[in-house]
Design a protein around this ligand. Sequence first.
Ligand SMILES: Nc1nc2c([nH]c(=O)n2[C@H]2C[C@H](O)[C@@H](COP(=O)(O)OP(=O)(O)OP(=O)(O)O)O2)c(=O)[nH]1
Length: 143
Amino acid sequence: MKTVDVVCGALIRNGKVMIARRVSDVSGGWYEFPGGKVEPGETGPEALKREWQEELGMEITDIQWLADGEDRQPDGLIRLRCYTCTSTQDPELRVHDDMVWTTPDHIYDWHFFESDRHLVEALKRRMEGDALHRQTGPQGDAG
Ligand SMILES: Nc1nc2c([nH]c(=O)n2[C@H]2C[C@H](O)[C@@H](COP(=O)(O)OP(=O)(O)OP(=O)(O)O)O2)c(=O)[nH]1
């Protein structure tokens, strides 16, 4: 079976995460963490930076690995590496036709990839941990 390496990014801002819907063609109509295929010689973060620049016109920073996944599609297996990221810029939709700022608990209110449930769970834990860290400080000694 054909295997394709793909990276995707969960952009976090003000306690929310951005998901975007692919323009509805053959593989479209689904909300996703935007990303794309890794090209030969690229690291995951390099591929993610390039894809976000191409697809959303955004410079992303603070790229941190979140979790890996697999998505079996009719034409092959997608091996997915998911990262969290941040940016000071706003998305410009080029291959998507909608975007939503939401929380991990509400991602599946949208038509989001079923195979990504464990990525969403990992994101929830990461965002809850980050919020706790902000409340208590790096030493966890505020209270
Ligand atoms: N399961 C899952 N798949 C995703 C997510 N994000 C994401 O891009 N994919 C899938 C959709 C596509 O099948 C694949 C990326 O393919 P693509 O066509 O965008 O790749 P690309 O930008 O490099 O485009 P190209 O070279 O084909 O022009 O990865 C996600 O969050 N979850």
